[in-house]
Design a protein around this ligand. Structure first.
Ligand code: PMP
Length: 382
């Protein structure tokens, strides 16, 4: 129950273990082309350009930055934790003039502060982290997308901890790049960087006056490959991660079979059940309010006087693996629970019971039965 890599479905793992096809075999071409088409449906972005690259989520961030930034371009980074800071550093490497708006730990950056910046200065790019995995803070992409449209700024959503779990309607909400990695709510082992790019952002990229400062990630190399696979033709620039792409195709099929609206609602139910149960156990969450708390993971402070390492070890004895802290300001004071992808009601109840038992074993009075009942009522009613 960590926030990625998550647990993977047997059919996905079977695709990972199948004999590896040639990257130009007709079955693989069909599979790659279908995966690209399915990405548009999962991202809810019918006119977007999907990219599937071998690499982690950081490569997805990197390739969006490298292709859209030219030396001296102004970028506004909204940071709600560890990964916002990473995006600022990354854009600077490509010569961007970066302004960073930092939220307090557990909070979002107020929208009027963002709008004020956009009014003052003409930015080319605005980046934000939909769910910052270090704080479990959820940012509202719809209002940022609207600001991007109003001020004609390209918006990049880091959705590594959200795509396939949290609600995102890329096209309707006017977001230019939505990027993620395979190992979280997309449900595929680590190794794929996934992006869908709007027509507007592709035009900004094709109108560049300088070459992209990153050889591997340059869309000049990859756009013809994506186009070829989608037209069911062989092509080569760099060998694709064949088994991962086959696994992706399987996972995207099952995500679409569940249905995006149903999947978003299931994640909302899971998030609200975990939050309510943790509250019933007396634990305080890192996000300052429920309406800015993620549905794909939760971040909870350890109770006073309970050493974090002891608690995580006790919880592990029930077979539940949780993650420690990540945000440098509070790293030793909190832990994280991932609840995305194929995490179901029983996983959530087992996790709550495991946490309550772990707390009891550390000498903390925890009312497991109230926490479980509270969670059940959320799982069944919303
Ligand atoms: N952004 C967010 C929000 C993340 O959670 C992560 C990974 N945890 C990344 C970016 C970087 O992804 P990766 O570790 O796959 O490079």
């Amino acid at each position: 129950m960590i926030p990625g890599p998550i647990e993977f479905e047997p059919a996905v793992l079977q695709a990972m273990g199948a004999p590896t096809n040639s990257h130009v075999a007709p079955e693989f071409i069909e599979c790659f082309g279908t995966a690209l088409e399915r990405m548009r449906e999962v991202w809810l972005c019918p006119s977007g350009q999907p990219f599937i690259l071998a690499g982690s989520g950081t490569l997805a961030m990197d390739t969006a930055g490298a292709n859209l930034i030219e030396n001296g371009d102004k970028a506004l980074v909204i940071s709600t934790g560890y990964f916002g800071h990473r995006y600022a550093k990354l854009l600077e490497r490509y010569g961007a003039d970066v302004t960073i708006l930092n939220a307090e730990v557990g909070d979002v950056v107020p929208l009027d502060r963002v709008e004020q910046k956009l009014k003052e200065t003409k930015y080319k790019i605005l980046t934000f982290t939909h769910v910052d995995t270090s704080t479990a803070v959820l940012v509202d992409p719809r209002s940022i997308g609207a600001l991007g449209q109003k001020y004609n700024v390209l918006t990049i959503l880091d959705g590594v901890c959200s795509v396939g779990g949290e609600e995102i309607r890329q096209e309707e909400w006017g977001i230019d790049v939505v990027l993620t990695a395979s190992q979280k709510a997309i449900g595929v082992p680590p190794g794929l960087a996934l992006l869908v790019v709007s027509e507007k952002a592709m035009k900004v990229w094709s109108d560049r006056s300088t070459p992209v400062g990153n050889y591997y990630g340059d869309w000049t190399h990859w756009l013809p490959i994506m186009n070829a696979y989608e037209s069911r033709k062989p092509a080569y620039f760099g060998t694709p991660a064949v088994n991962l792409v086959e696994a992706l195709n399987v996972s995207l099929r099952s995500i679409l079979a569940e249905g995006m609206d149903i999947r978003f609602a299931r994640h909302r139910r899971s998030g609200s059940a975990i939050r309510a149960a943790m509250k019933a156990l007396g634990l305080q969450q890192v996000p300052l309010a429920d309406d800015i708390a993620a549905n794909t993971l939760s971040a909870l402070f350890y109770p006073n006087g309970i050493p974090g390492a002891d608690l995580l070890r006790e919880i592990h004895r029930s077979g539940i693996i949780l993650a420690g802290g990540l945000h440098p300001d509070i790293k030793t004071r909190y832990f994280r629970i991932g609840h995305m992808g194929s995490v179901m009601q029983n996983d959530i109840l087992a996790t709550i019971a495991g946490i309550a038992t772990g707390l009891e074993n550390c000498g903390y009075q925890a009312n497991a039965s109230t926490a479980l009942q509270t969670a059940l009522s959320k799982l069944n009613t919303i």
